[in-house]
Design a protein around this ligand. Structure first.
Ligand code: PLP
Length: 411
């Protein structure tokens, strides 16, 4: 049942991995932006599928195949509902966000982007939303332009009218930054991009995880996201794209499942979305992602967003009081998702992470696959604590204790 608030202590009990100790201390898991832990219902769904229903989808005319196909397609419908797709066929299963972006940059890009055309991305992007476009630019002679960042890592949008031209073919931007936590003004950029006729792709890897997403309301053309960051299994994710766009695109990969008829010289393709799903898919993963959506819906996305926001405010307040800390990204919690990127005095982020790990606290350290964002700040790495529905104030208190230890060592 959807409630306005959630009790993290009750929720935690659904996540077996959170029950362990690391280095003699109860685990504090604050690396959720990399991947989330999985609730028991998702683990059970994976096991139940393999124990009872394991068969290939869409192929066999027997009971197990029928059951697998029904569960697989039901999950697609759940994913469609999750982001406000007009119909389930607008959801293409992929390995995750990365593959979804590569699908568009290849299948759409090679036919729609040519020499001298422009691709607009931002300096804040994850490498998954940079490299596919660089590959496309290399193959087509297109030019990449960048939305620059201000001192808090926000997009500088005054430049937008100059950046968007009649040569702009695609604008590929992230909903929420995994490096800084910035919630980006995607809707505004999408509207401007459409005025010059550009396609708008959103990297939603950190978006659909923490907030209700409605792709119609955002006014975008494609939205890519991953199951494993939202309580689902690894190796599964989705591309949402408008049906007419998917219909107009050539296949991404060839093989079984994606054909209608195969001839010696010419073949024809299955309808959307199967046209983009060559080969045996990750059936268990898709079912697990559908179960994760049921789980998150049961808790309530409003309740999750509220909980994370309160915890973020608490964490920002406590962390800002730590001597020598520098927090990157927007200072206002209202422009911030539940993720804090920071450095502490002279301590290297890897040292911060190692010391915290010795206390059973998992945070991420590195460039977070966002080297352009790191270069913007003149650094090579940060430490990053990222929050999810099962984190508590006491997790933040443990983080602060750990940071005080780091500070003591490097003082
Ligand atoms: N985009 C963002 C903003 C991310 O945070 C990530 C993963 O960390 C990705 C893309 C890539 O997601 P995946 O590795 O699941 O394909």
């Amino acid at each position: 049942m959807t409630t306005a608030t959630l009790d993290p202590a009750t929720i935690r009990r659904e996540f077996p991995a959170l029950e362990q100790s690391i280095n003699g201390r109860p685990l504090v898991y604050l690396d959720n932006a990399a991947t989330s832990q999985k609730p028991r219902v998702v683990l059970d769904a994976l096991q139940a599928y393999y124990e009872n229903d394991n068969a290939n989808v869409h192929r066999g005319i027997h009971e197990l195949s029928r059951r697998a196909t029904v569960a697989y397609e039901e999950s697609r419908a759940k994913v469609a509902g999750w982001v406000g797709a007009a119909e389930p066929s607008e959801i293409v299963w992929t390995r995750g966000t990365t593959e979804a972006i590569n699908l568009v940059s290849t299948a759409w890009g090679l036919d729609n982007v040519g020499e001298g055309d422009e691709i607009l991305i931002s300096v804040l992007e994850h490498h998954s939303n940079i490299i596919p476009w660089q590959l496309l630019a290399r193959r087509t002679g297109a030019v990449i332009k960048y939305i620059e960042l201000d001192e808090q890592g926000r997009w500088i949008l005054d430049e937008l009218p100059r950046l968007l031209t009649d040569r702009t073919k695609v604008v590929a931007i992230s909903h929420v930054s995994n490096a800084l936590g910035t919630v980006n003004p995607v809707k505004r950029v999408a509207a401007a991009a459409h005025e010059v006729g550009a396609l708008v792709l959103v990297d939603g890897a950190q978006g659909a995880v923490h907030m209700k997403v409605d792709v119609q309301e955002l006014g975008v053309d494609c939205y890519a996201f991953s199951g494993h960051k939202m309580c689902g299994p690894t190796g599964i994710g989705a591309l949402w794209a408008r049906r007419d766009l998917l219909d107009s695109m050539e296949p991404y990969q060839g093989g079984g499942e994606m054909i209608h008829f195969v001839g010696r010289d010419e073949s024809s393709w299955a309808t959307v979305p199967h046209k983009f799903e060559a080969g045996t898919p990750n059936i268990a993963g898709a079912i697990g992602m559908g179960t994760a959506i049921d789980f998150l819906s049961g808790v309530g996305m409003d309740a999750i967003a509220k909980h994370e926001h309160e915890l973020l405010e608490y964490a920002l307040e406590r962390m800002n009081a730590v001597d020598g800390i520098r927090i990157y990204g927007p200072q206002s919690p209202d422009e911030h998702s539940a993720l804090i990127s920071f450095t502490l005095g002279d301590a290297h982020p890897h040292d911060i992470s190692t010391i915290l790990d010795s206390e059973g606290i998992a945070v991420r350290a590195g460039h977070h696959c966002a080297q352009l964002a790191m270069q913007h700040f003149g650094i090579s790495a940060t430490a990053r604590a990222s929050i999810y529905l099962y984190n508590t104030e006491s997790d933040i208190d443990r983080l602060i204790e750990g940071l005080e230890q780091v500070q003591g060592i490097f003082a």
